[in-house]
Write a protein that binds this ligand. Sequence first.
Ligand SMILES: *[C@@H]1O[C@H](CO)[C@@H](O)[C@H](O)[C@H]1NC(C)=O
Ligand SMILES: *[C@@H]1O[C@H](CO)[C@@H](O)[C@H](O)[C@H]1NC(C)=O
Ligand SMILES: *[C@@H]1O[C@H](CO)[C@@H](O)[C@H](O)[C@H]1NC(C)=O
Ligand SMILES: *[C@@H]1O[C@H](CO)[C@@H](O)[C@H](O)[C@H]1NC(C)=O
Ligand SMILES: *[C@@H]1O[C@H](CO)[C@@H](O)[C@H](O)[C@H]1NC(C)=O
Length: 797
Amino acid sequence: MDFPLPYCFFFLLLLLLPFSSNGQAHSNISLGSSLTAATDNLPWTSPSGEFAFGFQQAGDAGYLLAIWFNKIPERTIVWSANRNDLVQGGSRVQLTEDGELVLNDPSGRQIWSSPQSGGSGAAYAAMLDTGNFVVASQAGANLWQSFDDPTDTLLPTQNLNLGAQLIAPYLEKNYSHGRFMFILQTDGNLFLYTTRYPTTTVNYAYWSTQDSIGSVYRVVFNQSGYMYLAAQNGTMLNSVFSNSVSMQDFYLRATLDYDGVLRQYAYPKTASSSRRWPMAWTTLPNFIPSNICVAIRGPVGSGACGFNSYCMLGDDQRPRCKCPPGYTFFDPNDERKGCKKNFISQDCDHPSQEIDSFEIRDMLNTNFPYTDYDDFLSVDEDWCRQACLSDCYCAVATYNSGHCWKKTGPLSNGVTDPSIGDKALLKVRKGNWTAGSSAKKSDRSTLITTGSVLLGSSIFLIVLSLLGIYVFFTRWNQQKQKVIPPLHVMPEMNLQNFTYNELETATGGFKEELGRGAFGIVYRGALANEDKPLIAVKKLEKMAGEGDTEFNTEVKVIGRTNHKNLVQLVGFCKEGQNRLLVYEYMSSGSLSNYIFGYSRPSWHRRMQIAFGVARGLLYLHEECSSQIIHCDIKPQNILLDESLNARISDFGLAKLLKTDQTKTTTAIRGTKGYVAPEWFKNLPVTTKVDTYSFGILLLELVCCRKNFEINAIQEHQIVLADWACDCLKEGKLNLLVEEDEEAMEDMKRVERFVMVAIWCIQEEPSLRPGMKKVVQMLEGGVQVSVPPDPSSFISTI
Ligand SMILES: *[C@@H]1O[C@H](CO)[C@@H](O)[C@H](O)[C@H]1NC(C)=O
Ligand SMILES: *[C@@H]1O[C@H](CO)[C@@H](O)[C@H](O)[C@H]1NC(C)=O
Ligand SMILES: *[C@@H]1O[C@H](CO)[C@@H](O)[C@H](O)[C@H]1NC(C)=O
Ligand SMILES: *[C@@H]1O[C@H](CO)[C@@H](O)[C@H](O)[C@H]1NC(C)=O
Ligand SMILES: *[C@@H]1O[C@H](CO)[C@@H](O)[C@H](O)[C@H]1NC(C)=O
């Protein structure tokens, strides 16, 4: 996107204006001075203008007396006086003749005052360039300083003294005190605690420095971004953060965020051509704890998220709170309040009559520690399921290698993480909580009315049996998948036709981006139905004005697919220039993040994913009503649902862009590395291009690394496909899975998978197997012969 030059200047001017207008530095603030809370009131700034002290509006709720970074558009707050008691416009802060800072609301009621700064020879106050606001004596001694009274943030040169603490804000933009605390205890240990919200007493310590021999004096946060425990003489005893950042180029802060994680942030002071514009705060690589979801598991309290919810690290390593199936957020605007059950609990007076009304939902790698009331050894998973189903106390059971724990509500410390070996078996009432029940119900009642009109005639019996079949299939469908209630339904399909406004509301104005792909940006949203099902909304680019009927046709084709290894299309929007597709939301993110992330998923799980992708592709190629060639199979396009099933996304879109592709012959739809060679030779595109991409993906799954790894230890390992062929030829397949014990014990299967993959990536398309054969070979149903070298048979056509 290029803007004409004059616009750029105008833009810069807009950015610079506010800084220059209040840039006049108040060096010394004399006794008797005051500030009034109003939108146009200028704050007291530091000599450099980088920090300001004054009133900041906190949403519509009122004003905060605060200190903030004054040269960045965000005006990030680093300290505040009245976080739990916002004041209204017209409130005033005064530096009294005694040298005390006093905040009064418009009626004159005192809201806050600076402790112990008055009456002992105070001469002036000053906002310093470090971000410290001081009340000083004539001799320059600090009688009071904001650095001694931190809220949730430390700045470089600000130390945390024995007994001092940071308390997290409640939410990102709600500054009142929240649920987490960072404290240097008088015993010399540094802790992160959950609090017993809404009080600020400490509860569970989820991080601490190892016992540091008692001689700790303070936590030092120095100008290079190092944070450590220091003795009185200044020697470093124990390091907390060791990030090295130049204060000349960056603003720095360490903040205990509302999610309980202590993070260091850096913000470039000036834009440079190499940096992405606009500038923003970025998190430095070290933060504590590294995985808050698993770090908090105390016997009292809800864990990192609220009761009845569970915590999962997102792709950005930040925690997300989610509701298990059958549960919804108490308050969608405050996900940390936890979730509520969306169904009526089992009737304890007649548990046996109700067993059939409940079902178990599997949640892999999930646990809810500390709510057990019973446990059993040497049982199998099925036993565990039945035991929970037939026990009205049981809300969820967790199962791990023969061990079954029964748990009762409210569920606490919920977490889903690849490091967790347990499987949670969640008990939910069948049917009712799924979306769509109300819409179906009204359909049913019209049928019943029709039925009663015909009462008495023999047709009634036929209608009755049809009704029975209809109800049976509706139920059956509801149990199989969540059906989103159709509002304006496309005939023959369960596809909802959304208005642009509806989707704008559902996504909160297209705010939370889930990812970007070849077709546009995907946003997270939630429908307005009673149980607020989450959705992913894909805003198609390049579609404007073109291919109206084509869009309809393709949407119909996509909408008609239904397979457990595909991401289901829920609806679409076609309004003016806008083309949007609405999909079910896949809570576990993309395969790419899953296999190339921090910890390696188990071999067993990777195998299941390979089967899933292969079956999904087989369905697209051979089993659905019109054949779909995906053309862009890669780990980014494979998503994982909450049970970590592989779900292919973005299928059926290749055709939508076909018109574009013929126009620009260079536009290749696939992604480098996964693209079959015939793409480059203008040969016809067949399902075999997907086979090729699947082969590369299969190798990546086996080895848990990317096909291209430029930092590979040895040169011949840079391209995985080549290296795998070498290993197979030399009989050294163990090199591919060297650190993976589970795979090492299953070398027969590793060999079979690698051979299948190499068959798939044959350069000659006709040598590659179809997906049906691939599935059979992977499952071991047919023998796999040793594949030739992929480039040995290139057809010369
Ligand atoms: C502020 O006042 C103190 C004490 O009167 C004085 O030493 C200092 O130089 C003043 N600073 C500025 C920037 O005027
Ligand atoms: C912040 O959250 C607390 C706790 O839910 C609430 O009482 C308070 O009103 C909120 N403050 C603002 C400004 O929204
Ligand atoms: C900050 O502390 C670290 C570790 O002690 C030290 O290497 C670094 O030089 C310090 N930086 C400054 C500016 O003092
Ligand atoms: C500083 O204090 C620590 C602990 O109190 C002690 O081990 C160390 O020797 C002292 N270093 C100096 C230079 O005094
Ligand atoms: C079923 O859902 C409806 C709302 O659609 C709710 O009023 C009713 O209480 C639910 N019934 C059960 C048994 O959960």
